[in-house]
Design a protein around this ligand. Structure first.
Ligand SMILES: [Zn+2]
Ligand SMILES: [Zn+2]
Length: 301
């Protein structure tokens, strides 16, 4: 990432680091769908991360739907993950017959009644939360790949910003931008090497926050019954949204209506399927397949 990207983002509305983050996220998710769905290394990360975090997973779905009106790429990724989860649960059911649970709780009760040593033994050998290890087997052991990659690019963008701030021309561009959101400002402050960097960051932030706080105060004041006739100014009307964007970071790009429709249709169709009479499907009646390798199917590449 270069300062050119940063300067370009500073010319766009909102926090420039959030802006670049959104562009990087889209780029990563697009390339994941376009060429990396069947890449072994990528798939290993996805398996270890149990897919992507909720935000990135749904963004992946939205991108595929928007771009290809399809779900093949995410279908390949999530078929594999869902199958693995089902295999874990099936194994559990096979290795833990129903009477096993009674046997274990009887032994635990017996040990707990037998005194302090027995109680310690019961705690060590027979967990009172019998689902803990099973839950661990279906939990991500790696952070979301997209969060990881985007996070390190975000750090490098903030490093460029801190390094360039002493340059008066760059500082001028930065002061003319919408400035950093609080999460990015916090990170920049915590990593600032020089007092002057801290000062420049805070000068710009204070210059942005002063009118925002005034607009919010006016917005609230004009909601008072006695002031209801006073004309509302557009930037006052949007000031609560901007205040939230400052405190939490810019909102992700809103998804289009048809993405929402696809998601609610999926819910409705699966609800209908659950209520439909079961149709025996001989091809699917067995246990889930044993293949551990991601299937080599085509995607959008
Ligand atoms: Zn930001
Ligand atoms: Zn993520």
């Amino acid at each position: 990432m270069t300062s050119i990207d940063l300067e370009r983002a500073m010319g766009e509305p909102g926090c420039p680091i959030c802006r670049l983050r959104q562009q990087m996220e889209r780029r990563y998710l697009f390339h994941l769908l376009y060429e990396n769905v069947n890449d072994g290394g990528t798939r290993l990360h996805l398996v270890r991360g149990m897919g992507l975090c909720p935000d990135h997973a749904w963004a992946l779905q939205a991108i595929e739907q928007e771009r290809w009106h399809d779900a093949l790429g995410m279908g390949i990724i999530y078929e594999d993950l869902t199958r693995r989860v089902l295999r874990t649960f099936t194994e559990y059911l096979h290795t833990n017959p129903p009477h096993g649970a009674d046997w274990r709780s009887n032994l635990r009760r017996g040990l707990e009644r037998s005194g302090a040593v027995g109680r310690r033994l019961a705690r060590r050998l027979l967990s009172s939360a019998p689902g803990t290890s099973l839950a661990a087997r279906v939990t991500a052991v790696e952070r979301c790949r997209a969060c990881n990659l985007v996070g390190s690019l975000e750090e490098s963008n903030l490093r460029v910003l801190r390094q360039k701030l002493p340059d008066p021309e760059f500082r001028g561009h930065y002061a003319a931008s919408d400035g950093l959101c609080l999460p990015h400002l916090r990170f920049a402050l915590a990593n600032a090497e020089a007092e002057q960097t801290v000062r420049s960051l805070i000068e710009v932030a204070a210059a942005k926050l002063t009118p925002l706080v005034d607009d919010l105060a006016e917005y609230l004041r004009k909601h008072d019954w006695n002031n209801r006739e006073e004309a509302k100014v557009p930037w006052e009307n949007v000031s609560p949204v901007r205040a939230m964007a400052f405190i939490t970071g810019e909102a992700p790009l809103a998804e289009k209506r048809d993405i929402y429709r696809v998601r609610s249709k999926a819910l409705t169709e699966y609800h209908r399927r659950a209520n439909a009479p079961a149709e025996p499907n001989p091809a699917r009646s067995g246990l889930p397949g044993d293949a551990d390798d991601p299937q080599q199917q085509g995607s959008h590449g």
